[in-house]
Design a protein around this ligand. Structure first.
Ligand code: PRX
Length: 629
């Protein structure tokens, strides 16, 4: 855990145009926050009433540490809130989805078309035997059918578990097994940088020894009939032929699970974060409407993948629940050239753009001539998520993309929190490097190990002191792990991040306090990469650390001890990197591998990654009294 340390804070601020606050749904932040504090349950009830409930709740919350239930007794359906509500209320012909494929292909869905497509696919899933509470795993490229499959699951009460299609077979297998997925939905191929990724073959590998899987639904990217290789496989479109387009939404309890999403943990086993129906939808709807300030004419583009929580909350559930027009694309940020994203903003008139610091830093490096070729004047708000937005990247983003006008929402949150929790609401002064303040509804603090708030300028641990509706409810099959979030300091939710606050209460998140590395905004557990390395026959032991990387924020550096009979070589390094790529996926590939005779360990045998890190960075390793030798 963190020691106390001082942080030098820059005092620079940017004052947004007052019209932003004046026209925002939230209005004055301080007033909104005070209203929340004066009646937290009333605050959330008001937000929840903006959604359609089949049956209203009896009680707003039931909090018995560490378990929260929200909108107890309430019944609703997520897809009905994202579709039916809009179809009935004047948004029938409004564009819901605009898709742009890597090879320039475009598709659009109005709310009515999406509604129909979701009901058809929901019926097809039912015909495959999928029932309320069953788990469906999605391993798909970012095409409209991905969103359709998500919403279809929620329509019939199936729990989806989306696995990022950049993960390898082993990572997919672990997640399918843990969630006991009954059906896996995939595509024949994904497309990335002009290359085809054989998703279906990866699934075939991953479902071996996964006895829960009964069917694999395969989408043909070119919409031609799919050649089926086994009895388990069915064609995404063939199973929809002749099915009814009417599928009434399943009545779901507010606390019924909505999805499982795996995130890296400090052990080798990824954690299946479980979110539930009512609380999650209230949270994503609230933050989309009041913090992102999504309005009727906005065109919203979040560049994340649906495989991450950002995609769940701010490509699909939040924006669609408010009835927005959402851009989705599978394009890579610099393919075929680094202008491709700016071209999309110009073409579709994107008004709200949400991306990650790693992307911003990549664009900084290739130069502002790329965005300057395009007309970005449609942009109104620009956002960032996934890791700290460093002041240099903030300034570039503000000046080059936001044209010194668009407020930047640097949003801090986690898979576990479901929604963004800390940011700089519209109208508040922006401070580069700081995510901002807790949004109304969130009680956050920066404290020491004993739970005492640390003074301004001093580092500490970020905690959330009160439950909130979209908090995770458990870690799938691992209640113990869930408990660990809540039993470290004063029964508060301990986030695992180090942070510092300034005199105005602005919070700067500095990074993780545990063994998680954030590569290009993606969470990687050191243990997961280490166990992949150790699974290679040449490796006896492995330790990995995060090292600073100009582009990705952090990169993975590995230290390995070889088994007897193996010699260090460049060929082995390449082989190991390839092995990690195939096991976990490209994001986990080490940027460097160093051979060691032994790893630094505590007397109790725990690897001291801190010592490796200090050596790598050329700094003092601090207290090494527990080091073995
Ligand atoms: O360390 C924080 C960092 O990402 C972690 C959560 O990762 P994940 O669950 O994968 O979710 C990422 C997308 C929500 C956090 O514990 N993080 C996320 N956003 C920020 C951030 N660090 C600093 N500033 C942010 N805006």
């Amino acid at each position: 855990m963190a020691e106390n340390f001082d942080v030098k804070l820059d005092k620079k601020t940017y004052i947004p145009d007052p019209s932003y606050q004046a026209n925002s749904a939230l209005g004055d932040y301080k007033k909104a926050y005070a209203e929340f504090l004066s009646d937290p349950d009333g605050f959330w009830a008001k937000k929840a009433r903006e959604l359609d409930w089949i049956k209203p709740w009896d009680k707003i919350r039931d909090w018995e540490w560490p378990q929260a239930r929200w909108f107890c007794g309430g019944k609703l359906n997520v897809s009905a809130n994202c579709l039916d509500r809009h179809v009935k209320n004047g948004r029938r012909n409004k564009l819901a989805l605009i898709w742009k494929g890597e090879r320039g292909k475009e598709e659009i869905y109005t709310y009515r078309q999406l509604y129909r497509a979701v009901m058809r696919f929901a019926n097809a899933l039912k015909n495959l035997g999928v029932k309320k509470g069953d788990c469906v795993c999605l391993y798909m490229p970012l095409v409209p059918e991905h969103v359709i499959a998500m919403l279809a699951c929620t329509r019939i009460g199936a729990v989806h578990s989306i696995v990022f299609a950049g993960f390898g077979a082993e990572a997919l297998h672990t997640r399918i097994r843990d969630a006991d997925a009954k059906v896996v939905i995939t595509a024949d191929v994904g497309i990335r940088r002009g290359k085809f990724i054989p998703l279906r073959s990866i699934v075939d590998e991953a479902v071996k020894n996964a006895p829960s899987v009964e069917k694999i639904v395969v989408l043909s990217r070119e919409r031609c009939p799919v050649e089926l290789y086994s009895e388990m496989e069915v064609d995404f479109y063939a199973i929809q032929e002749g099915v009814s387009e009417e599928c009434p939404p399943e009545e779901m309890d507010s606390e019924d699970p909505l999805f499982i999403l795996y995130t890296s943990g400090t052990t080798g086993q990824p954690k299946g974060i479980v979110h539930t129906t009512g609380g999650y939808l209230v949270g994503t709807h609230y933050t989309s409407k009041y913090i992102f300030d999504l309005k009727e004419n906005d065109v919203h583009w979040c560049t994340a993948d649906t495989g991450w929580i950002t995609g769940h909350s701010y490509i699909v559930y939040g924006p669609l629940s408010v009835g927005a027009t959402v851009v989705i694309t599978e394009t890579t940020l610099d393919y075929p050239d680094p202008g491709v994203w700016w071209k999309i903003i110009e073409e579709f008139g994107v008004t709200i753009f949400y991306t990650a610091p790693t992307a911003i830093r990549m664009f900084m490096r290739v130069g502002e001539e790329w965005p300057n070729k395009y007309n970005l004047s449609s942009l109104r708000i620009i956002g960032s998520v996934g890791e700290p937005l460093n002041p240099e990247a903030f300034e570039w983003y503000y000046r080059v993309i936001g044209k010194n006008q668009c407020p930047i929402l640097d949003t801090w949150w986690q898979t576990e929190t479901g929604i963004h929790m800390i940011t700089t609401p519209l109208g508040q002064p922006m401070k580069p490097g700081f995510a901002g303040v807790p949004i109304p509804g969130v009680v956050a603090d920066v404290v020491d190990k004993e739970g005492k708030p640390v003074p301004a300028g001093q580092g500490g641990l970020l905690v959330i002191k009160e439950p909130w509706p979209s908090m995770m409810r458990t870690v799938h099959k691992n209640k113990e792990r869930y408990l660990q979030y809540w039993n470290q300091i004063n029964h508060w939710y301990t986030v695992g991040d180090l942070a510092v606050r300034d005199e105005d209460g602005y919070i700067m998140v500095l990074g993780r306090s545990d063994d998680i590395i954030i590569v290009a905004g993606h969470n990687l557990g050191t243990a997961e990469v280490e166990s992949a390395l150790v699974a290679h026959e040449a490796i006896a032991e492995a330790a990995v650390i995060g090292v600073p990387d100009d582009m990705k924020g952090q990169a993975v550096k590995a230290f390995v001890v070889l088994c007897q009979g193996y010699e260090p070589s460049q060929k082995l390094i390449s082989e190991l990197i390839y092995h990690v790529r195939m096991t976990i996926g490209p994001i986990a590939m080490p940027s460097g591998i160093e051979f060691m005779d032994k790893l630094p360990k505590t007397r109790s045998g725990k690897i001291m990654r801190r010592v490796l890190k200090a050596k790598e960075m050329g700094v003092d390793p601090g207290d090494i009294s527990t080091l073995e030798e």
